[in-house]
Ligand binder design. Structure first.
Ligand code: 4NP
Length: 169
């Protein structure tokens, strides 16, 4: 793989979910912390967005904030909606589920590279390539903790791929 695949440092990564109040802000907090811990925080630009507009301007869902806090992650977050004009600003646009990926790919401007849109869990060697992060919005704290488990494993795999320039085995 090469820089053209987006799997190299420095990198700009945008996580995308539906509402941008649960999964993608949690993923952003996890990747920021892991990149900093790995000493490459200055080489990883992290953002997040939702495909929907319902929660623009809101902080992360209190249950997402609580789940992050239980594991020591910091999250200052203001929800926003993914915009067509930012598609080319990111090297990787990592979505939580296939609906998010479909919606973002549909927005790809003419001439843009739709292959930069990928499922986040594809970076976790222990997940199947088409695995999705379940929407915890109607779930309980245990569901949020489970989502965080998935996000941590995927961010570990993502960072490893970025640092070695190779995809998952
Ligand atoms: P997220 O979760 O996509 O992980 O932020 C959701 C948040 C809000 C809604 C759906 C999912 N909603 O329907 O308002």
């Amino acid at each position: 793989m090469s820089a053209a695949d987006g799997l190299a440092l420095p990198v700009r990564v945008c996580f995308v979910c539906l509402g941008n109040i649960c999964r993608s802000p949690m993923a952003a907090a996890v990747l920021r912390a892991k990149a900093a811990d790995a000493g490459v925080g200055n080489l990883v630009t992290v953002g997040s967005a939702g495909t929907g507009s319902w929660h623009i301007g809101e902080p992360a869902d209190p249950r997402a904030q609580a789940a992050l806090a239980r594991r020591g992650y910091v999250s200052g977050h203001v929800a926003r909606q993914f915009r067509v004009d930012e598609f080319d600003r990111w090297d990787l646009i990592l979505t939580m589920d296939r609906n998010n990926a479909y919606d973002v790919r549909e927005m790809a401007p003419q001439g843009s590279d739709p292959s930069k849109v990928r499922l986040l869990l594809a970076f976790d060697p222990s997940s199947s390539r088409d695995a999705q992060v379940p929407d915890p919005y109607h779930g309980d704290d245990a569901e949020f903790d489970h989502v965080l488990d998935l996000l941590e494993a995927a961010c570990d795999g993502l960072l490893a791929a970025l640092q070695t320039g190779t995809p998952r085995a």
